[in-house]
Design a protein around this ligand. Sequence first.
Ligand code: FAD
Ligand code: MLT
Ligand code: ZN
Length: 449
Amino acid sequence: MSDLVEAVGPSHVLTDPETVAGYLTDWTGRWHGTALAVVRPADTAETSAVVRACARAGIAVCPQGGNTGLVGGSVPPVGVPSIVVSTSRLDWIDDVDVPGRAVGAGAGVTLARLQRSADAAGLACGVDLAARDSATVGGMVATNAGGINVVRYGAMRAQLLGVEAVLASGEVLRRWKPLRKDNVGYDLPGLLAGSEGTLAVITGVLLQLVHKPRRTATAIAAVENPAGALALAAAVEESGIVVRAAELMTRRGMDLIASYGHRRPFAEPPPYSLLIEGEAAGTDLAAALDAAGVVEAVLEEGSGADLWAVREAHTETIARDSSSPVVKLDVSVPLPALEDLIDAVDPVAAEYGARHIPFGHVADGNLHVNLLDVDPGRAAEVTDRVLRIVAGLGGSISAEHGVGRAKIPWLELSRSPADLAAMRTIKAALDPHGLLNPGVLFGVNSSRE
Ligand code: FAD
Ligand code: MLT
Ligand code: ZN
């Protein structure tokens, strides 16, 4: 502990149980850990000193950003001597490089702050998600976060130009050039994207920025089924409008969030709705919806904050309404299989006395399966049933939230033995003593649910 105090100063080694408690439970409330301390380094050099001290003492290092992750990866394990390394003080942000369309930021900078900075420079970040006020750019790289604009700009890895990170040895890896093309050997920043804190502590990220669209319009349109939602998104794109987001919602979801006082876009919610944001004037988006045969839609010129509020209310409202921690399964399937997935999960949910409220990034084939009211003792069993359905449809057990602690038992459903062996080899090479985030992505799942 004295090495840690020496590295970051006494006021940044937190051990008071009440203060530390907030770092030990994840956003879903399903995952809890224990830690010797929460340590808050101010820069990369201090982070390196912390990692070296932990390596000497055999103490695990668990990086944490905004703690908005949904798979239990952001909290430490139970019963393994660990510290949480909070990135909250890694909060510097460079001036935006306008001609280079890039910005460098400390890992602990929130997405909302980065967005404000980019916006002031006339640019935007290609990734956006509802947890923007708390999620950090370091955590978003570590999880390769997706969000609402993947259909337009790709996920976080696609925005990453460079990274600064502390390896398990304490050495600092820095690739920091705003180059769009740079093929000198392995893509190590790309490898750290999606590594979930198991290969390095990311201390800074260099992100590409995108041009802001000249105009946007947003609509929520009634559709009969997921195939109808996909066909509508395709029709809008084919009309010449660039689609920025295409989000599926269900009658069940709409009814639930309306019961909490949120806007009800339709007097009678249709079975499914598609929220679509396009780079177009409202009149053009309306014309495209008409041409596609849409009978009911509400449309807002611009970014459609009121309509987005309906979509973004889903996560919190579902969590609030469930009588037990929601079983959240973020999955993807080939586009034609989306409806089969929903149809197959419904009876499984009913068998477990659960309400199934799916929604998600439909154009990416990414559905968020939310099972409410599941008996916590049966959460693993119902997860198994759903993830096997996903695998049977040729899908992935994790589309954007990652593996964390929640999905380790099901890795084999999405990765072959050779693939998993290669991943373990990389882990062993970069973190031979298993110092970084033990129990996340691989190994014994030691956190309590
Ligand atoms: P944390 O939760 O703190 O950590 C997540 C993981 O990254 C952990 O394994 C942690 O160890 C690791 N990590 C964090 N920081 C670092 C670092 N500096 N170096 C190394 N490892 C690190 N996710 C999506 O993909 N798309 C969405 O649309 C989306 N919407 C969301 C909406 C809500 C309301 C909420 C609550 C969550 C949502 N998420 C979404 C999930 C979450 O916001 C993302 O996973 C986000 O990237 C996590 O960032 P964070 O800073 O909170 O990371
Ligand atoms: C979203 O798209 O809103 C998120 O990934 C969060 C969730 O799955 O609830
Ligand atoms: Zn999502």
